[in-house]
Design a protein around this ligand. Sequence first.
Ligand code: SAH
Ligand code: MG
Length: 216
Amino acid sequence: MINEELHTYLEELIPERQPLFAEMESYAKIHHVPIMELAGIESMLQLLRIHHSKTILEVGTAIGYSALRMAEALPTAQIVTIERDEERILAAEEFFKRTSLSGNIHLIKGDALEVSELAGHYAPFDAVFIDAAKGQYKKFFEIYSKYLSAGGMIITDNVLFKGLVAEKEIESKRTRNLVKKINEFNHWLMKHPDFDSVILPVGDGVAISKRRGESN
Ligand code: SAH
Ligand code: MG
């Protein structure tokens, strides 16, 4: 998104994370788990702090990295997070156990397209963080925006997909289809009559949406 030197410069300025988070970052690298990019998560955490989000719903836990970072940054917040992949659920649970933050995190196991009613028991949410299958973003947004509290926001990760959204020629058919889906989502989101949205070119592209006419 930005040039390599500036990217490195910014990442080096970000303070060291505590050992467990550093371990999770290496785990993610080794096991190819797409946790949020550093500049992206730092931006999101800052937004959540300013917003004083007390209840957060995350779609896409993976190994629990972003959930734990949110729980640490917002010690009084309750975090509900959804994951469908067995192996990642186990990894997340192991990491949660090693912290004093696990009491603030509730993991829902299942497909986010199917477990919305369960998640709804914890609604309303001050923030909804969408970070799961990119082809389903519109569905996640439609389902979970219903659970947003007044003045709540929706944060969506990976909306610029490594810059591929602006590429004209993409070889792989699978990638091309995914890019098409994300592009459709971005256009749909930016034209949504009920939400004001902005796409920040930070990390892998982070969209921030807020329902129109709600002030808090
Ligand atoms: N938020 C995490 C990274 C999530 S990676 C972090 O930054 O630390 C995306 C995760 O979403 C993957 O683990 C994948 O298994 C999960 N996922 C994708 N589609 C899903 C769905 N429909 N329901 C639940 N989880 C889903
Ligand atoms: Mg992501």
